[in-house]
Design a protein around this ligand. Structure first.
Ligand SMILES: [Zn+2]
Length: 132
């Protein structure tokens, strides 16, 4: 039981102990007030539960969003590589699928100046250096 509910219960116990004459106007007002306080305490307790659930839900969404961000940014890093055209200086985005497996260099046509140049596969160079 929440602190509020405990206090309302205590108050109810006190009023019960007074053995009111329930027909008096004062007793009716007092009992109605205790009843309203009890409703408030219950409503607040329900709200508190709902906020707690929302909080958990939000944490879960936040975690999912983190995963999604990691996934998206990793994909971006993985998918594109920037290369500068040696002829006109245009920055070209190279798809990760550009090189075939094990292919260390490949001709590339610059879409801006139409010059052809050879692009080295960075990963290939690194693995060759390790072997040598
Ligand atoms: Zn170019």
């Amino acid at each position: 039981m929440s602190y509020l509910m405990e206090r309302v219960s205590y108050l109810k116990g006190l009023t019960d102990g007074l053995e009111f004459d329930n027909s008096t106007k004062e007793a009716k007002v007092l009992l109605e007030m205790v009843s309203i306080l009890s409703d408030f305490a219950e409503a607040i307790e329900d709200l508190d539960d709902e906020v707690g659930e929302l909080d958990e839900y939000l944490d879960a969404v936040d975690e999912d969003l983190d995963d999604l961000e990691d996934f998206v940014y990793e994909e971006e890093e993985f998918e594109f590589d920037e290369v500068e055209c040696p002829y006109c200086g245009e920055i070209l985005n190279i798809d990760s699928d550009f090189f075939e497996d094990g292919e260390c260099e490949k001709e590339l046509v610059c879409p801006k100046c139409n010059e052809v140049f050879i692009l080295d596969n960075d990963e290939c160079d690194e693995s060759e250096e390790i072997i040598e």
